[in-house]
Design a protein around this ligand. Structure first.
Ligand code: ZN
Ligand code: ZN
Length: 182
């Protein structure tokens, strides 16, 4: 099922990365305007968010992370639900299952310390690495790190001093330098 343009009701088209949709109707006032997939799904009422908890719902044998955007008949693997991700970052929820994390939790981080979105339970970390091999692949070379909230920063600030993560201005978390050296 396609996602309709709110203006002309014709099907929106995905961009190359599969994270945004845009209208291609040449007479439509929304022509060329890009919307993140999660927002287009919510606006059209087609979003079908997965429940929190384990085991994760699966699509074609692949577990669906809690932060992945979903409609009833489609999993938008490359589109994050930014509302859920912001909530996970602000309230220390697992991005894999959506449940609360213990004080110490896992993040996947590049050699430079750039965190891939948010934190995870140990079991959810293993599931993410198994079902998304690109996470530890040549592009990100991410490895798991056990951390607490106070060892993460965003925009050079500790998390408790930064403005909350927002769906339109998501946090980019970093592991503190000492953490990488350890
Ligand atoms: Zn349109
Ligand atoms: Zn989890």
């Amino acid at each position: 099922m396609s996602v309709p343009c709110p203006e002309c009701k014709k099907a929106l088209q995905p961009d190359e990365r599969g994270a945004r949709l845009y209208c291609t109707t040449d007479w439509c006032p929304a022509l060329g305007m890009e919307t993140p997939v999660w927002r287009a799904l919510k606006t059209s009422g087609l979003d079908a968010p997965t429940p929190a908890g384990l085991p994760r719902p699966e699509h074609k044998g692949r577990p669906i992370p809690w932060v992945t955007a979903c409609s009833a008949d489609e999993v938008w693997w490359r589109a994050l639900d930014a509302q859920r991700l912001a909530l996970a970052q602000n309230t220390w929820l697992c991005q894999g299952c959506g449940l609360t994390l213990p004080d110490e939790a896992w993040v996947l981080a590049t050699p430079e310390g750039q965190v891939l979105q948010a934190a995870l339970h140990e079991a959810c970390r293993d599931q993410a690495l198994k079902s998304c091999p690109h996470l530890s692949g040549a592009t990100t070379r991410a490895t798991p790190h056990l951390t607490t909230r106070d060892r993460l920063t965003t925009d050079g600030q500790p998390l408790d001093r930064a403005a909350p993560s927002d769906p339109d201005f998501l946090h980019q978390w970093w592991l503190k330098a000492t953490e990488q050296d350890a």
